[in-house]
Design a protein around this ligand. Structure first.
Ligand code: NAP
Length: 284
């Protein structure tokens, strides 16, 4: 078997086109344009590149973006003051605080201070709580929401599937498990204390690998025909690889490229969340 591609770049393109259409229709009805405020603390070149890419994605669909650069020496209090200012700014629909922030910053305080309606990353506990409870109105975090949309748009049935997630972080594993549970998958969440990981992964119709361990998932651990989502970004010999060992593509029925699978979906969901944040705050 050679796996079909779960093409994150192609589905992300669809999402951008849908948001661009919605933004322009809203503008035609006289609605204000959504605006993404991006905050970058410090001068890490990779983080700066990510922020620029996200802003470019925003502008490409007609969402305005503004840039806030703060020095690496910024304190938690100084960043809190910036967040409070952006919370109050009527023109700002969504606030993105690029992570990782310098060590002296208490990110928990920062995330708790965000206006939940402007929390386009879906990190605020109110949003995480609404998603966990399966209640409407919560902002879904970008990577998990992107994974689920990629599966749905590719025609992979989530309802009734045995979904196995390897990794239980608050960023990826836990919320993707909740989003699939909400769509009626039977979900197993694995982590470093899981006994006999392979016995779980081999039962997976949908396998989400988010452990951040290169080559953790060997082809013997994959059920023939399974949809396999490789979330991780590990760097081996200067090259980005995920968690999958060689030959998984011969066993899986569906597979994300890495890169080119989950990463583009994550950025597309940030843009979708920014548009939806504006609609929620100021319906037109
Ligand atoms: P994390 O916070 O380090 O969590 C990793 C999880 O994997 C933990 O729950 C850990 O279990 C589990 N784990 C690690 N080794 C394992 C093993 N040998 N067997 C079973 N479980 C194991 O990482 P994260 O933030 O969730 O991110 C995961 C990966 O996705 C990283 O490579 C990250 O760079 C990538 N990522 C990609 C995107 C994207 O857009 N493409 C977005 C976000 C993250 P314990 O809880 O027991 O320690």
């Amino acid at each position: 078997m050679t796996a079909r591609v779960l093409d994150g770049r192609a589905v992300a393109k669809e999402v951008y086109a849908e948001v661009a259409k919605a933004v322009s229709e809203r503008a035609a009805r006289g609605g204000p344009r959504p605006k993404l405020a991006a905050v970058l603390v410090g001068d890490d070149p990779a983080s700066a590149q990510y922020v620029e890419l996200k802003q470019r994605n925003a502008r490409s669909v007609g969402i305005e973006s503004e840039d806030h650069r703060l020095p690496a020496s910024t304190t938690t209090e100084e960043l809190l003051a910036m967040v409070e200012r952006l919370n109050r700014d009527e023109s700002v629909s969504g606030i993105l605080i690029q992570q990782p922030a310098p060590k002296q910053i208490d990110m928990r305080q920062i995330v708790f201070a965000l206006d939940p309606v402007k929390d386009v990353d879906g990190f605020h506990p109110i949003n995480a709580g609404l998603v966990a409870l399966g209640l409407p109105g919560g902002v879904e975090p970008c990577t998990p929401a992107g994974i689920v949309l990629l599966l749905e748009r590719s025609g992979v049935a989530i309802e009734g599937a045995n979904a196995v997630v390897v990794g239980r972080s608050n960023l990826v594993g836990k919320p993707v498990a909740l989003l699939m549970l909400r769509r009626n998958a039977t979900v197993t969440l694995c982590h470093t204390r899981t006994k006999d990981l392979a016995s779980h992964t081999r039962r997976a119709d949908i396998l989400v690998a988010a452990a951040g361990r290169a080559h953790l998932i060997t082809k013997e651990m994959v059920k023939p025909g399974a949809a396999v989502v490789d979330v991780s970004t590990n760097w081996v010999g200067g090259r980005q690889v995920g968690d999958l060992g060689p030959g998984v593509d011969e066993v899986a029925g569906w597979l994300t490229p890495n890169p080119g699978g989950v990463g583009p979906m994550t950025r597309a969901m940030l843009i979708k969340n920014t548009y939806e944040a504006e609609v929620r705050r100021r319906p037109v």
